[in-house]
Design a protein around this ligand. Structure first.
Ligand SMILES: *[C@@H]1O[C@H](CO)[C@@H](O)[C@H](O)[C@H]1NC(C)=O
Ligand SMILES: *[C@@H]1O[C@H](CO)[C@@H](O)[C@H](O)[C@H]1NC(C)=O
Ligand SMILES: CC(=O)N[C@H]1CO[C@H](CO)[C@@H](O)[C@@H]1O
Length: 535
């Protein structure tokens, strides 16, 4: 005998031992790159659940795990995973011979309770049930999209980015939202001249970002309905479809918490509600949310005749979000308000009033790339610090929390070269060479301006002379929380806004009455209950 077996080791046990040894061998030789093995102690096993049968990734195994997510996403592999709660349960496919080569079925190595090799935000419950649709345009792709891709895309298993041109950005794929628009419009409507121009420029490796954003805007309105249809076609089993623009920050943690309280079987179309003529619609940039049922209702009326009708109406209507409002109305799904969870300002421009305070923050529109980065760091820290293995991501962050992070540490009695957007009251003496005040004051006629000035009391008139005098005028006005001064003008405001740094040559300084800000904050209470409210 070449070697002796321990006593009692039957053929079955021998087979098991053999399999164990063989799988350890397999694991080492195929999955751990020879160098830097330590880096991969967890990653391969954890990554495996999205690698799927088509595991062409072993060559790439020395790229960042984060990039891996993105690549997997591009290939649509992640969308196949539906059992987020317990991915360790082998799927039926894993018993086929081919599938046994997947480094998959290693129960216990998976990311429950918490897998440090994967972003925490990607492990939040319900993440795989949501499709995030990002609408952008070819001219802004390089300016706006990369920041979304290095932040939000890390969290979202089902992300689709729509533009007016099919394009790759790194390993992300951008879909052309307009390729199925009826020929009548695609070939002949003036909005589509721009479409063909950018396609031509792109084919010639040209810079499409210089091709005029205004024309891009006209084209933009054609996207909303087709985008939704394409997202539904790709992910028909998702529960939720959420659309944002490239300059919208999406609070992923809070969105999932909101969704966990709603029923996707009920029709829901929700966002920041505006009117356009007789149409009520959810504004696009602040983001809108649709339940599966709502999308199904829309799909149900989407006949070829209806598509023709929608395209005809799109050709004359102002905007794509309004057009979706029209279509949703026809599908029998009225829009419902999600303000202020969905709202229009970045942290620096928001007025932190009591209406916001105890509400979870879900969207921030008009964000710059640096705003996205800041909000992202805030959210990541939040997830980390409130993590609970039994209930990951169960603690929403409220505007109050964002105030404590973004505003409170950064306001002061005096900040030079800073504009805090004060403007409830503007004290200024009209003159020939008056600079713009960037508020209502500019729109008044000369007599009104003079009247305003004449009606001021002495403290208010003096307030235009120095920062300190402006501060005094704010102190003198019981409701004033902040003020801004530049030579000749003092402005007061009754709510807190952060504002931003400006160039010294503008000679702007801002200040806050810190005790009053603190009193405002105390007056709001402790927010026992997060206000997840849809009207
Ligand atoms: C939180 O951050 C720490 C330090 O970076 C890290 O070790 C830990 O894994 C993180 N936990 C979660 C749940 O994100
Ligand atoms: C000043 O405060 C009011 C609320 O009191 C707010 O609506 C407004 O946006 C703030 N800023 C300006 C510039 O008016
Ligand atoms: C509301 C308001 O006054 N906004 C102004 C703040 O300051 C910037 C730059 O100084 C202006 O562009 C805004 O219009």
């Amino acid at each position: 005998m070449p070697f002796t077996l321990p006593r009692g080791l039957g053929p079955l046990r021998l087979l098991i031992v053999f399999c164990l040894v063989a799988s350890v061998f397999f694991f080492r030789s195929y999955l751990l790159p020879a160098s830097d093995a330590s880096h991969f102690n967890l990653a391969p096993a954890a990554n495996s659940w999205w690698h799927g049968p088509n595991s062409g990734y072993s060559d790439l195994s020395d790229v960042d795990t984060e990039q891996d997510y993105a690549q997997a996403e591009d290939l649509g592999l992640i969308s196949e995973i539906t059992d987020f709660e317990d991915p360790a349960v082998p799927s039926p496919a894993s018993s086929t011979p081919e599938a046994t080569h997947k480094p998959a079925a290693a129960p216990g190595l998976f990311y429950k309770p918490f897998d440090a090799s994967m972003p925490a935000c990607r492990q939040l419950p319900g993440a795989d049930k949501v499709v995030i649709i990002v609408k952008t345009g070819a001219t802004e792709v390089f300016a706006r999209l990369p920041e979304q891709l290095i932040t939000l895309a890390e969290c979202v298993p089902n992300l689709m980015i729509f533009s007016d041109m099919e394009q790759d950005l790194g390993h992300f794929h951008l879909y052309d939202a307009l390729d199925e628009i009826g020929e009548e419009y695609r070939k002949h409507h003036e909005d589509f001249e721009f479409y063909h121009n950018i396609h031509r420029a792109h084919a010639m490796h040209g810079d499409v970002s210089v091709l005029g954003s205004e024309k891009g805007w006209n084209l933009d309105k054609w996207k909303n309905i087709p985008m939704l249809h394409k997202a539904y076609t790709k992910y028909p089993n998702a529960d939720w479809y959420m659309t944002i623009d490239a300059d919208t920050y999406l609070g992923w943690t809070n969105l999932l918490l909101l969704l966990s309280q709603l029923n996707p079987e009920e029709p829901l179309y929700s966002g920041c509600v505006y009117w356009h003529g007789p149409t009520q619609f959810a504004q696009g940039g602040t983001g809108y949310l649709l339940s599966r049922k709502a999308v199904e209702n829309l799909e149900a009326i989407r006949t070829p005749e209806k598509i023709v009708e929608w395209e005809k109406e799109t050709s004359t209507i102002c905007c794509g979000d309004v057009m979706l409002g029209v279509a949703m109305g026809q599908a029998g799904v009225p829009v419902r308000g999600a303000w202020p969870m969905f709202q229009v300002d970045p942290p620096c421009a928001l007025s932190w009033t009591d209406r916001y305070w105890c509400t979870p923050a879900i969207t921030w529109h008009h964000v710059h790339t640096y705003d996205i980065q800041d909000l992202w760091e805030f959210e990541k820290t939040w997830i980390n610090q409130t993590w609970n293995d039994d209930k990951p991501g169960s603690v929403p962050y409220l505007y109050k929390d964002a105030f404590e992070y973004f505003v409170q540490p950064n306001i002061a009695q005096k900040k030079s070269d800073w504009n805090n957007y004060s403007g409830d009251k503007t004290f200024t003496e009209p003159s020939e060479d008056h600079v713009k005040e960037d508020n209502d004051w500019d729109w008044k006629n000369d007599d009104e301006k003079q009247q305003l000035w004449d009606d001021l009391n002495e403290i208010q008139k003096q307030s235009t002379e120095s920062f300190e005098a402006c501060q005094t005028a704010c102190m003198d006005d019981g409701g004033c929380l902040q003020f801004a001064w530049h030579p000749g003008t003092c402005k007061l405001n009754y709510s807190v806004r952060m504002g931003h740094a400006i160039e010294p040559k503008e000679e702007y300084s801002s200040g806050w009455i810190l005790e009053r800000v603190e009193a405002f904050k105390q007056g709001q209470g402790t927010c026992e209950q997060a206000r997840f409210e849809i009207d």
